[in-house]
Design a protein around this ligand. Structure first.
Ligand code: F6P
Length: 368
């Protein structure tokens, strides 16, 4: 498995949910790889392609002109975990281990290293494949920004841009109709998208998974605003937010996925409760996958390019088991296992939370 001599051939895949910037990373890896005389195999649909042997050669023409395009030219999947592979026989689905197939295909393709672009799930799988002897390098992706060991994941800035723009739009209609507008942001168990998007879009209330809320504190804030002459309010709620006496709202459980839990639905509940308890007219909007689609922001294009180039540099230097990571303004590298040890969650004393409180944002609690 260990690459003897010079690295000649790399495989690249995009795993988990897509996000803006994936193509910019692929380009950032492949262009310098070609310049260094390497061949590049694009593995299709994440780890699914590694297990089933689906890949395409990536030539310069394939990675040219993709910097600004959303999604991934390689396809992605959050159901292709080789260690948790759903296999159906006679109408019954059971979970089996297909990691040996993944290793067989890696060898059959003649790969010297696999560059895996993904979030915590992808990095955890990549780390297990490394333990089995595969040479790997990671690139941290996710709109959720919940990966440890990197100050930022690419995709997050683009998602925050979508939330911020949506809040701007909702402000005008909220103000015209004197309504409370509740917007639901993604982020799974981390509140980074709602927090940063909420600050950028001037939300009056931000609700996060990390800071369980009191219903009364929310009602109080919107009524207070009304009494002060601000006849509308904007509430930005993370999909994983929960009341102090309640649980996160699970939309669906899908055992075929590495993380079977799908969150969603809190905005509707919050809007209903506000309307019932304050008498104020309230509407809700779920932003959903709009946060993952479209062209990356300039910041994400730059970060993705830096990540991609760093990943190929790590591969050429045979620094396997490492992940590109942003530290301050520099992209460095860390052990993949350090990135997956814990989730990076919002701390209630985070500067962003303190700053938001200072400009009048309520987090639905009197504790801050
Ligand atoms: O991890 C990215 C993410 O968009 C989360 O914010 C969200 O909870 C989840 O993926 C949604 O997954 P799916 O696209 O499978 O519905």
């Amino acid at each position: 498995m260990a690459a003897k001599g010079r690295i000649k051939r790399i495989g690249i895949l995009t795993g988990g949910g897509d996000c803006p910037g994936l193509n910019a990373v692929i380009r950032g890896v492949a262009k310098p790889a070609h310049d260094n005389g390497l061949s590049v195999l694009g593995i299709l649909d994440g780890f699914e392609g590694l297990v089933t042997g689906k890949g395409i050669e990536l030539y310069n023409k394939d990675v040219s002109g993709i910097l600004a395009s959303g999604g991934t030219i390689l396809g992605s999947s959050n159901k292709g975990d080789p260690f948790h592979w759903p296999e159906s026989t006679n109408g019954k689905t059971q979970i089996v281990d297909k990691s040996k197939e993944a290793l067989r295909n890696y060898d059959a393709w003649g790969l010297d290293v696999l560059i895996a672009i993904g979030g915590d799930g992808t990095m955890a799988i990549t780390n297990r494949l490394a333990e089995m002897g595969m040479n790997v390098v990671g690139v941290p992706k996710t709109i959720d920004n919940d990966l440890q060991a990197t100050d930022l994941t690419f995709g997050h800035d683009s998602a925050v841009f979508v939330v911020s723009e949506a809040l701007d739009r909702l402000h005008t209609t909220a103000s015209s109709h004197h309504r409370v507008m509740v917007i639901e942001a993604m982020g799974r168990y981390a509140g980074w998208i709602a927090l940063n998007g909420g600050i950028a879009g001037g939300a009056d209330v931000i609700l996060l998974p990390e800071i369980p809320f009191d219903w009364d504190a929310i009602y109080e804030r919107v009524i207070q605003r009304n009494m002060r002459g601000k006849k509308f309010s904007i509430v930005c709620v993370a999909e994983g937010a929960k009341p102090k006496d309640g649980k996160m709202i699970v939309k669906k459980v899908d055992k075929k996925r590495t993380d079977p839990i799908q969150l969603g639905g809190i905005a509707e509940v919050v809007a209903k409760k506000i309307s019932e308890n304050t008498g104020l007219e309230t509407r809700y909007t779920v932003l959903g996958h709009l946060q993952r689609g479209g062209s990356p922001t300039p910041y994400d294009r730059i970060l993705s390019t830096k990540f991609g180039v760093t990943a190929i540099e790590l591969a050429l230097k045979k620094k396997f088991g490492r992940m590109a990571a942003l530290k301050g303004n520099e992209v460095k590298n860390v052990k993949i296992e350090d990135a997956i040890a814990n989730q990076k969650l919002v701390k209630p004393d985070d500067q962003a939370v303190r700053v938001a409180v200072a400009v009048g944002v309520s987090f639905g609690t009197k504790d801050l």
